[in-house]
Design a binder for this molecule. Structure first.
Ligand SMILES: [Zn+2]
Length: 458
């Protein structure tokens, strides 16, 4: 195995030692037994490949001899996660242990998830690590009762299972940048779909297949037309032919997702129904993100098999949300961001779709998923490195008591991630007052942390 320069893949930076290569194969080969020293070796290789901001090197595998046809791995680092390997499917399949790939080895003792007993110690909800896993395995999916809910799902800190399709939706939105908004992007409403298209074009599922060939955004496209296109593609072995339809729906009504167009309503009715993410299952306040699986039934007819829906803030800024209560909070946060910008503080808003890690020095990491996070830097004096600050925002809606109790238990963990500020949302007359107080509190806290002296109160 060798490390090659990403910008000049013909240039070999260095060869991995036999120990390093074996460690990578044990770490990322599904079913392999990891040795204690492997972790350190793998982390060091990943650090060489990804400097924390950019990918510098790719790892080329020598399990295929043909020049130019060698499979590659790249390194990825998400906002909060550790560096990890990602297969680059456009360069072909491995003939070594990496043919069955896993991002990280399974933890030794995965217990049934029980966030009641040990808050924050559950198996964290993570993105789908490999674009090829967006597709169902053959003989899976369609034949599985209830659709794609089997392996590969995950349990969030909410204690609510996120179906596999939901995890794919969250991964797409997270990777394409819908769950993150810098204050300067608040007025830029046009670029999001372009970003999604660019992201899809860059994701390979095989040397012949990119995500942009199966992911589409126009619900009025005829299903037959789409599936005829899919039928003509060179398809990865062991995977079922299907397409993914992603759009923001105007309405969810009686098991159907509706998109209003100048030609009238475009109605999509998934055969196995629509599941919804988030804790607010009263899906009466659009818009909604909808991700549908389009495939053929047993008789070969094109159909929308199933779909997953998630609250979106608005058509112009479709930040995915867990509830309509969060929409109230988010509107205020946008106002705060615009206001502190005038004082020279640039805030980035994050909607965590996956669990966030809280590292501890002498204990295992804990995991939590706050409703929102705000990050910004001190308005630093010249020559001083600006410190990064984080505020954690929780929306306390009129939720069920179980949920609120669970939330209380994770508060301590969230406080270790950042300064926690809560916003209570209820459908009553006092909301305006609570909103004003929340605005003032968040704005004042940001200015204070950023080191902006206030001449007058917020
Ligand atoms: Zn290989």
């Amino acid at each position: 195995m060798e490390l090659v320069e990403r910008d000049h893949p013909g240039t070999v930076r260095r060869h991995l030692s036999a120990e390093e290569a074996a460690a990578v194969r044990r770490f990322c080969g599904d079913g392999q037994q990891v040795r204690p020293e492997d972790v350190r070796l793998v982390e060091a290789v990943l650090e060489e490949m990804h400097d924390g901001r950019h990918v510098r090197l790719w790892l080329e595998c020598d399990c295929v001899r043909a020049p130019g046809g060698r499979p590659r791995l790249t390194a990825r680092m998400r906002e909060d996660g550790p560096r990890h390997f990602v297969r680059m499917h456009q360069y072909g399949e491995h003939h070594c242990a990496l043919a069955s790939f896993r991002q990280t080895p399974e933890p030794e003792d995965v217990e049934p998830d029980d966030d009641c007993a040990r808050p924050g110690q559950h198996n964290p909800l993570r993105p789908v690590g490999d674009a090829l896993d967006y597709l169902d395995d053959l003989n899976e999916g369609a034949a599985r009762p209830g659709g794609s809910t089997g392996s590969g799902g995950g349990v969030g800190e909410r204690g609510r299972r996120l179906p596999r399709l939901g995890r794919i939706l969250h991964t797409l939105l997270d990777d394409a940048g819908f769950a993150r908004l810098h204050v300067d992007a608040l007025n830029d409403k046009s670029r999001t779909w372009e970003r999604l298209e660019a992201y899809a074009a860059d994701q390979a599922l095989s040397p012949q297949l990119s995500l942009s060939q199966i992911l589409y955004f126009k619900p009025w496209t005829h299903l037959n037309e789409k599936m005829t296109e899919v039928d003509a593609l060179v398809w990865p072995k062991k995977k079922a032919r299907s397409a993914l339809l992603l759009f923001v729906a105007d309405e969810l009504r009686a098991g159907a997702a509706i998109k209003k167009t100048s030609m009238g309503e475009c109605i999509l009715r998934p055969e196995k129904g629509i599941r919804a993410g988030g804790r607010d299952q009263r899906l009466t306040q659009p818009p909604y993100w909808v991700l549908g699986v389009v495939d053929r039934d047993r008789d070969g007819n094109a159909r929308v098999r199933e779909a997953f829906a998630q609250h979106a803030y608005s058509f112009a800024r479709p930040v995915p949300l867990d509830s309509r209560y969060e929409r109230v909070t988010l509107k205020l946060l946008f106002d705060v961001m615009a206001w502190v910008k005038k004082h020279g503080v640039d805030v980035t808003l994050w909607k965590p779709l996956f669990d966030r890690e809280v590292r501890r020095t002498d204990a295992p990491s804990q995991w939590c998923r706050p409703d929102f996070e705000l990050t910004f830097r001190s308005v630093a004096a010249v020559g001083v490195a600006a410190r990064l600050h984080r505020i954690v925002i929780e929306t306390m809606g009129a939720d069920d008591p179980d949920y609120l109790e669970r939330k209380l238990r994770t508060q301590e963990i969230m406080k270790r991630r950042g300064i926690l500020i809560e916003h209570r949302v209820a459908d009553d007359a006092a909301q305006k007052e609570r909103d004003d107080a929340f605005f003032r509190r968040v704005a004042a806290k940001i200015l204070h942390l950023a080191g902006v002296s206030q001449t007058r109160p917020v």
